[in-house]
Design a protein around this ligand. Structure first.
Ligand code: NG6
Ligand code: CA
Length: 516
């Protein structure tokens, strides 16, 4: 089965790259003699379907993203695998559904590596296809061998270099989780020997202030729920940390810092194919954009973080153009999951929306089983190869990026890896609009849904209808099966499970088979 898929993938890649002659001899010949495009995946964090101007955003201008969309294809029915970060990213980077494993939920900052070195990652795939590979920005998939046992003052025994990334400059988890330092190639960047780093998710270190006990030290942002443990840069975090000194990040510089590293990598690798996984912190909490973006959106910090994200995108595109490699670079811009307003800090995100709808037309948001959880922006640009100003309503999923990129590069995926991923390269490159037969979506409590072009099934769940620990979000959980006719455009409000038993059974069956 996998073999057939790979054979097919070689053929379709041949027909897509203009300089590539299609030969009956097969993929190896074609690909060896053809330039491989650079691939950049820009993965925003918690950026909703409705958060970009080209997706109908109000109150915020995103000229750089819009320019990217105009140079290529804007997808209107694209899905992340999960409505939270770790499972969504795991799936994108491995081509395996996160729900097949029980250790892929939102990870602590001291989690061990979730993608183990023996697993074949997307970076391994690109590396084996002759690419230079890098991961820059948010990681959130664990580092080191044993949870909670990392020695942050030494090189980690396992890190991204062990799963195919030649270069990495990352935050271990999220900006709201300790350790608040960048890791460069498995070591703390700008390590400060005068301030050794200790991290715990169990208890505080003696004498260290916390957001809960020392609110007077929260000079940059106050928490609204959670985030009341260690204080770094005047902001409370999840988890406890001591030390760090000069290596501690300043939240207002995160976007600049990752962008500079990405630009440097592009320039250094302009003459060979590269794969860049560029995962921004924006627009995840704590939202604390640089001064120059403050007040730019009229929606407060969350809107300003969108403007900052747009700036990062602009810098990357400008660099590609200046280096003369834009035409040879496939850029995909998307988000890890749907949007949330109050995700734990007092940043007035909800109060300042002023008519803006972060999830666009979809119900629910981050964490939900409703579409707002996983319906994400998805833009594809490859000037000169992919047509301009296109729109596609094809049903697609992040899960298929792995096999589709394998098709693009002619890579062979070792048996047993990326087995949930299917080659949909021609849809992704706008050559056709073939829908994925169905898309599987995972909510925060692991409830699964099946989405086809016309229908959406949410399996029964004992979760509460609203998140009850902070964010004001409808979860989509119900103790009985839910079926929605997506052609109705009623935003998953009209449950027709009892009227369309045949469709319900069909979708339940898909889930049953996938779970096997
Ligand atoms: C939640 C955090 C939230 C965010 C989320 C993960 C609290 C109260 N809330 O537990 O702020 O960090 O986890 O977000 O701690 S994600 O986008 O990385 O999945
Ligand atoms: Ca996220």
């Amino acid at each position: 089965m996998k073999k057939d898929l790979l054979l097919l993938s070689g053929i379709s890649a041949a027909s897509l790259i203009p300089s590539m002659a299609q030969t009956p001899e097969g993929e190896a010949f074609c690909l060896k003699n053809s330039p491989k495009p650079n691939v950049i995946v820009i993965l925003a964090d918690d950026l909703g379907y409705g958060d970009l101007q080209c997706y109908g955003a109000r109150n915020v201008l995103t000229p750089n993203v819009d320019r990217l969309a105009e140079s290529g294809i804007r997808f209107t029915n694209a899905h992340a695998v999960a409505s939270t970060s770790t499972p969504s990213r795991y799936s994108l980077l491995t081509g395996m559904y996160s729900w097949r494993r029980n250790d892929t939920d939102v990870a602590r900052g001291d989690a061990a590596m979730i993608i183990r070195p023996e697993q074949y990652s997307l970076a391994d795939m690109f590396k084996n296809a002759g690419y230079a590979t890098c991961a820059i920005g948010k990681w959130h998939l664990g580092l080191g061998d044993v949870t909670g046992r990392q020695d942050w003052n030494a090189p980690l025994p396992s890190a991204l270099g062990d799963i195919g990334f030649d270069y990495s400059y990352i935050m271990a988890a999220t900006a709201d989780r300790v350790p608040c330092v960048f890791m460069e190639n498995g070591k703390v960047a700008n390590y400060d020997p005068s301030a050794p780093i200790y991290v715990s998710y169990e208890k505080n270190f003696e004498g260290e202030p916390t957001g809960r006990d020392n609110p007077e030290l929260l000079y940059n942002l106050r928490h609204s729920h959670g985030h009341d443990m260690s204080i770094v840069n005047g902001i409370g975090r999840i988890g406890f940390m001591k030390g760090g000194g000069k290596a501690l990040w300043k939240d207002e510089n995160i976007a600049d810092s990752i962008t500079v590293h990405a630009v440097d990598f592009i320039i250094a690798h302009k003459n060979k194919p590269f794969f860049m996984y560029f995962a921004t912190n924006d627009v995840h909490v704590p939202r604390f954009p640089h001064e120059r973006f403050r007040g730019q959106s009229g929606m407060g910090l969350r809107g300003d973080a969108i403007v900052q994200f747009d700036w990062c995108v602009g810098e990357l595109i400008r660099t590609l153009e200046e280096q003369g490699i834009a035409d040879n670079t496939l850029v995909i811009l998307t988000s890890d999951n749907g949007p949330v307003e109050d995700d734990g800090y007092d940043d007035m995100a909800e109060e300042l929306l002023n008519g803006h709808c972060p999830a666009g037309p979809w119900r629910g948001g981050k964490y939900s089983a409703f579409e707002g959880g996983t319906a994400v922006p998805f833009i594809v640009s490859w000037p000169g190869t992919v047509g301009e100003k296109m729109e596609s309503d094809a049903l697609i999923s992040h899960i298929d990026l792995f096999a589709s990129f394998a098709s693009l590069t002619g890579a062979v995926i070792p048996k047993g890896n990326a087995t949930d991923s299917r080659n949909h390269l021609s849809t992704i490159l706008g050559q056709d609009r073939t829908d994925r037969e169905y898309v599987i979506e995972q909510a925060a409590n692991r409830t699964l849904s099946v989405r086809t072009k016309d229908w959406k099934y949410i399996e029964p769940s004992d979760g509460k209808p609203m998140i009850d620990w902070g964010p004001k979000i409808e979860t989509g959980y119900l103790s009985t099966p839910q079926l929605f006719d997506m052609r109705e455009n009623t935003g998953e409000r009209n449950n027709v499970a009892s009227k369309h038993i045949d469709v319900l059974f069909e979708l339940q069956n898909i889930l049953r088979k996938e779970r096997k």
